[in-house]
Design a protein around this ligand. Structure first.
Ligand SMILES: O=C(CO)COP(=O)(O)O
Length: 139
């Protein structure tokens, strides 16, 4: 599955810690991230991560584009709810697209634990079927 990892600055330590803890699960998937988050996680874990632009420079939008093309299966986006972001419209757009396309989205550590354990147990396997259906429509 294609998985996106994103964290605002004050939440980056949390997401790095989470990625270290669940490195073995993440290693079995294709990983994508916004620029700085991806750099921090790959340095800490050695995981191979495709890095987009930094969030304020369009990284959230690049991940949003993958969602719109049915190419993203789950998002771990540790948001900072206490700090204004210069690119707030991009953040909202990304969250909105997750809801438009029913893409599982964890915005904090509590939900992230449930999501990754669900992934491990195969509860996201329906995404494979959803993607096959889209590909059929494109063909
Ligand atoms: O701002 C972000 C998400 O909105 C994250 O971007 P960085 O990973 O580049 O810091």
């Amino acid at each position: 599955m294609n998985i996106a990892l994103i964290a605002h600055d004050k939440k980056k330590d949390d997401l790095v810690q989470f990625a270290v803890a669940y490195k073995d699960i993440f290693a079995g998937h294709s990983l994508f991230a916004t620029g700085t988050t991806g750099k921090r996680i790959s340095e800490a874990t050695g995981l191979d991560i495709h890095r987009f632009q930094s969030g304020p420079l369009g990284g959230d939008q690049e991940i949003g584009a993958m969602i719109a093309k049915n190419q993203m299966d789950a998002i771990f986006f540790f948001r900072d709810p206490l700090t204004a972001q210069p690119h707030e419209p991009d953040v909202s757009a990304l969250l909105r697209l997750c809801d438009v396309y029913s893409i599982p989205l964890a915005t904090n550590m509590g939900t992230a634990e449930v999501l990754i354990k669900g992934m491990e147990e195969g509860h996201l396997d329906w995404r494979k079927i959803a993607k096959e259906k889209t590909n059929e429509r494109i063909d």
